[in-house]
Design a protein around this ligand. Sequence first.
Ligand code: ATP
Ligand code: BTN
Length: 243
Amino acid sequence: PYADISVLQVIESTNTELKNTDRVRANGDTVLAEIQTAGRGRHGRQWLAPVGGSLTFSMYWRFNDGYQGMAGLSLLVGIAICRALRDCGVEEARLKWPNDVYLYGKKLAGVLIEVEGQIGAPADCIIGIGLNVMVPAHEYDVGQPHTDLSQVLGPDVDRNEVAARIIEQLWTLLPDFSQRGFEPYIEEWQHLDWFADRTVVIKTGDKRISGINRGIDASGALLLETADGITRFHGGEVSLRAN
Ligand code: ATP
Ligand code: BTN
């Protein structure tokens, strides 16, 4: 079956929409929303988006190898977004492990991946992307420094073009990633890492561990260098902060 793109007006969340649909889903199916009434980030946090000023959408993809086959997926999606932005003339987008896109040190976009499926069975993934197009920093408090595409592209940013380019990149990268995994993408990701070789703090539960960010491995884990050597951190339960 061919992938389907739908643009909806007001819904709770594009992730929820793709999760709950009664339709048979095909790889690459995409839902975009003009307004989300309950846009979500990780850990039940909110994703805020002014009407008309952001891109909020989700794409469905099934990994036949299950959880194993999708290791590094949120990092791959970051690469897809950076490549797409470059195609739109934005060279400066960078990544923050594991799921943010940064522009000049501020958050431009976030990725929320949700998975359905039992261990050992195929994994049905919903890849959600929220990207600020025109979100005035002084009018909109999202709880952390944020920025938007109009900062580099001016007020007439073509939202449709940005959306189309990201979808195009995902449709290109996901089949290859399904076959070959994340390994071939490590170098590109590290090249785009805003925090490469910098001292960072990893928050895990109540603990904070400071160290030097030494990149990632093929499973998408962060490699943190401390006095004890290199420690691996997996996404999901931890957050990275500037020192
Ligand atoms: P982590 O490093 O754990 O990913 P995070 O602060 O990016 O930390 P997430 O749960 O990934 O946390 O993302 C949700 C967060 O995104 C919210 O807590 C909020 O600070 C931020 N946020 C919400 N809306 C926007 C937006 N439009 N632009 C930028 N950031 C936003
Ligand atoms: C994050 O930074 O934590 C991720 C934010 C992801 C937001 C997008 S907007 C489209 C999709 N639908 C949601 O409810 N969340 C994601």
